[in-house]
Design a protein around this ligand. Structure first.
Ligand code: URA
Length: 202
């Protein structure tokens, strides 16, 4: 093993199961979550995610890239579609399928769940399968919202481009676009009515 001091293992979901919001990333970053053992902790994607969550009232305390902090998620859980760092940073269909068992369990363990933010298409596809829908009925699009029936009440699936360094460096995703998605989630959870962009499954 190259870095025996690192976590180097499946990265567990972060946050309380009583949360109403679940954020689903792609997979642990090699030098980020795979090092620290906490989702999105220690890489660029995490810097942007945790800053945005703080701005929208989903965290308290401070975030440190080594996880050596007093960060607390408020009403929020964070997980990944794939739980281990994938070879070449690209999860295989088999890995995604196997890890969906954990995603199913994570969703089932959240009785108050109202909103899921899927970061990127792979995460979106895995979440939509976990919700018994499937990507053909729920095509991914940044900023799109899907109101879905689910056991125990309705859940809205929010799509965002992944907050990776690649996406922000190429301008695919700006911090403002990312923040707008979480502002919508904030509004939904605070009881502000849905925007016209809300779509029913096709
Ligand atoms: N870190 C994670 O935990 N997930 C991602 O998708 C990216 C970085």
């Amino acid at each position: 093993m190259k870095e025996p001091g690192w976590h180097n293992a499946p990265v567990p979901t972060l946050g309380p199961t009583s949360a109403r919001l679940l954020i689903v990333g792609l997979a642990p970053g090699l030098r980020g979550a795979n090092r620290t053992g906490r989702p999105f902790t220690g890489d660029w994607a995490g810097d942007l995610l945790y800053e945005t969550l703080a701005d929208c009232g989903f965290t308290r305390g401070s975030y440190d890239e080594n996880g050596d902090d007093d960060l607390e998620l408020i009403d929020t859980c964070i997980t990944n579609a794939v739980r281990c760092v994938p070879p070449q940073n690209k999860p295989t269909p088999a890995e995604i399928k196997i890890c969906r068992t954990f995603l199913d369990q994570t969703i089932a363990a959240m009785p108050r769940l109202k909103a899921i933010v899927a970061l990127g298409r792979i995460s979106h596809d895995s979440v939509s399968r976990a919700l018994g829908e499937g990507p053909a009925r729920l095509p991914f699009a940044h900023g799109r919202e899907f109101a879905l029936p689910l056991i125990g009440g309705g859940v809205t699936l929010f799509d965002s481009y992944h907050c990776s360094r690649y996406n922000t460096n190429t301008g695919v995703l700006t911090p403002q676009m990312f923040r707008a998605v979480f502002s919508r989630v904030r509004d939904l959870l605070d009881g502000v009515s849905a925007s016209p962009a809300t779509a029913e499954p096709q």
